[in-house]
Design a protein around this ligand. Sequence first.
Ligand SMILES: [Zn+2]
Length: 329
Amino acid sequence: MQHIKLPDTALVLLYCGLGNNQHPPLLLSPFLPLAVPDAEHEWTGPFFFIQAADPQLGLMKAWRDGDCDGGGEEWAEEVELTKQAVEAVNQLQPRPRFMVLCGDLVHAMPDTPFREGQERDLKAALKGTDPAIPLVFVSGNHDLGNTPTPRTVEQYCSAWGNDYFSFWVGGVLCLVLNSQLFYDASACPQLKEAQETWLEEQLSRASSSREPKPKHILVFQHIPLYLKTPDEEDDYFNLQKTVRQNLLDRFKKAGVKAVFSGHYHRNAGGCHGGLDMVVSSAIGCQLGEDTHGVRVVVVTADDVIHRYHSLEQLRAGGMDEDLRKLLQA
Ligand SMILES: [Zn+2]
């Protein structure tokens, strides 16, 4: 299937086209610009969105069994947690402008036994999302394979939409990236090149005086640039130092405000040199002391303020009052 790229200037408020036909949607129509695309280039005041990561259907059982490579034959717990997240987000007032899932949608790697069932059940769980809350999907290493190939990338795109794209929301430019192409593109160098070229163009246009200036630029990717400090050692959970430094420099130069990620299954991150590296824990399996949850992100004229909320907390009490007050500014 053709790998479709978005027109990069278009506003795309992404809508999760979870069809009930047997072919998962390529999400073509959801990627079409809405009727008034330019409106989203304009800042119209504070808003918020939800950032979540790693529903990773199948990991909880696999982790308990100590068989993360081959296990994952059960995923009812993650389905239930995803439904709880959807329910908690649906009842928020005002509504979030969108919800982004920062990768590892499912645990089963491409071409492994439980893949199809996990993808099907995640789509079913997400189908309960209020249609007024667009869903944005980001690809993770489990979605693409640790060493992605043109075929696994194409499979992902067929199931969940493009692996990298941009969209505008309320005057803010959002860039969704395929971090697996930064991590290991040995089996798909051309795809890496294509993303690089596209990213460079996005960043230079965003900082160009000839283009409408975004109020903020936000990046979404699965693997964090770093977990705590920009100079930390390479790790399974961060990007390699040279790649990391290259991206940090380019993001800072373009004025990127924050990078949102998952992958770590714990909350982490840090703000260095004006760039906020946000690492959010998982909807699904926890590898640390955090609770199953999602992050509430408030965007004001001057700032991007965020806080992780447990699913319980969000469902029972909504977002924290101090964050809600920022929306009234
Ligand atoms: Zn991951």
